[in-house]
Design a protein around this ligand. Structure first.
Ligand code: OFO
Length: 171
């Protein structure tokens, strides 16, 4: 059985994962409208992944005798200025999510809830991957700079990352 405190913070994380999904969906649409096919595919994939992260919390909370809540969400930005700016926002957002997961891990130990502590390890590993991926993408974008040809190749290149992430097991 989850403690009230544990249940409440897990439900807050559900909202964060749902908002992440919305943010990446907004990025997918912005890129699609700009004709950046590869990047938009990547963002649609990221958005789906975040929904999957959210659903894992749903299942877990309900399995442990709690009640997973659907909450109101903040509206994401709709314009991102430049590709570089968009990926910087993505990276910073993932760092924020990692901090939030770390805080959950901390609370699970305070609550002596070792089942939740164990459950959260999947997210700890996932966040390492997501941050690393965002950092790699930003490095590439910085290398390309204003080179249009480089950007074209990058837009094609990123499709491969989409394939990798969409076949990752939901666990
Ligand atoms: Fe849910 O991992 Fe990204 O935000």
């Amino acid at each position: 059985m989850l403690s009230e405190r544990m249940q409440s913070v897990l439900n807050k994380q559900i909202r964060i994962e749902a908002e992440s999904s919305q943010i990446y969906l907004a990025m997918a649409s912005w890129s699609e409208v700009k004709g950046l096919e590869g990047i938009s595919q990547f963002m649609y994939g990221q958005s789906d992944e975040e929904r999957m992260h959210m659903l894992k919390f749903f299942k877990y909370i309900n399995e442990r005798g709690g009640h997973a809540m659907v909450s109101e969400l903040s509206a994401p930005a709709l314009e991102f200025g430049s590709i570089k700016n968009m990926f910087e926002i993505l990276f910073e957002h993932e760092v924020f999510v990692s901090q939030s997961i770390n805080e959950l891990v901390h609370i699970s130990l305070e609550e002596k809830d070792y089942a939740t502590h164990n459950f959260l390890q999947w997210y700890v590993a996932e966040q390492i991957e997501e941050e690393a991926q965002a950092r790699t993408i930003l490095d590439k974008i910085n290398l390309i700079g204003d080179d249009k040809g480089g950007l074209y190749l990058f837009d094609n290149d990123i499709k491969r990352l989409t394939v990798v992430s969409s076949v990752a097991p939901p666990a």
